[in-house]
Design a protein around this ligand. Sequence first.
Ligand SMILES: *[C@@H]1O[C@H](CO)[C@@H](O)[C@H](O)[C@H]1NC(C)=O
Length: 479
Amino acid sequence: MSVLIIEAFYGGSHKQLVDLLQEEIEGCIIHTLPAKKWHWKARTAAIYFMQTIPANDNYRILFASSVLNLAELIALRPDLGKLKKVLYFHENQLVYPVQKCQERDFQYGYNQILSCLVADVVVFNSAFNMESFLTSISKFLKLIPDHRPKDLEKLIRPKCQVLYFPIRFPNVSRFMPECKLAHFQKVADVKGNEDASLSVGLHFQQKNDAIKNLMEISDSGFESALSDAEPAHCTTHQGRPHNPLTRSEEEMKSKPSEGTNPCQEKDKQLVTYYPDNSMAKTDDQQRPLHIVWPHRWEHDKDPETFFKILLKLKENMLHFHLSMLGETFTDVPDIFIEARNALGSSVLHWGYLPSKDDYFQTLCMADVVVSTAKHEFFGVAMLEAVHCGCYPLCPKALVYPEIFPAEYLYSTPEQLYKRLQHFCRKPDIVRMHLYKGEMAPFSWAALRGKFRFLLTAEPREDFVTDGAKSQTCSLRQNL
Ligand SMILES: *[C@@H]1O[C@H](CO)[C@@H](O)[C@H](O)[C@H]1NC(C)=O
């Protein structure tokens, strides 16, 4: 036992990270508080952990998320002050959208600044999180009426680094509908890599090189050639009758024609790689676009904008299916109840799926994953959905440009509407799409080494004597 992990808000991505570290890194011991009433945890967790964490000479590292007021805990428990203290930011309170800037809200951002001053290493889950925090410090402290601290950004920045939230992408091949699986299979077969089918969407962590190769393929324009082999599985066959009950006149008119579908001609030789063409899914073209929204049911994810767009699609006779996943809390915004009624039979799933299998299965059945977030520092759910073969659509803001290539970003709700309208008319476009971004940098496989290094004790002297002393000195000089 050498790593003491403290999580004052043990739920969602905070839980996911702590569980992963405990499973993957030897010698971790976890102390947690349940993920309820965030404000109270942020205010009072330190005194709770003061009383519940037993003293232990074997601890070398303290790892805590920034919900904990680290400065308070270290003052209350001087024995823990000797450890290498790592503070992990899933979110920061300096740019968290607060309805009204009330004085009591100042405290949460202030606590995070104090915790940074006490920590030895400060880690952020994205560059957006880090930069938005560091560059907001001085403005944030202007709320103090007089005698403001100076140059805190300069003190804190040298301790900071970005370590993306590590995701252990599960093997979801058993949940993949035939069409998606066939699509991945083809890409893999063309590469001549027997089981790279799984590496495309299924377990990047073991297949970084295969992925890289695949990315190179798509970059070098091979992607359309690969997709050419697809129609046998995922698109309509010429002359097949359409079911008038499931397709509006508008959709009929906009059915991809031979000329516009890049997947229907040239490079016929690729088709010969797939002798299973006979398994063509004849109903695929008629299946409406399946949109998934896997976010917490809260205002900062902007469900209002999302529902407005869906209702407009419906008004315009565009067909789609919807799965509303994501965690719900005690106060579900009213908009969810209104939207549920208005969307009626378009809804496939409504509500949190507590079983991970059910969750991933639903993601695997979906075509497009949408974010309308007004606030996002990382977004595990979007990446998990992409892993399951969904086409992402996210705001061109917040953390998203750091994670997703520009083609998956929209600037305005109108642009999001237009993209979805287009996809509703031609679901094949997304079904045949091969994701162009990188997934490997977010996988546990890629990040494991860095997390191990972070949670490895370095010689105590570095942190107990020299490190702590110089930190204290520079603080004194600056304040
Ligand atoms: C993933 O799951 C599929 C089917 O459930 C299985 O055939 C395959 O071997 C698994 N892959 C790995 C790498 O575990």
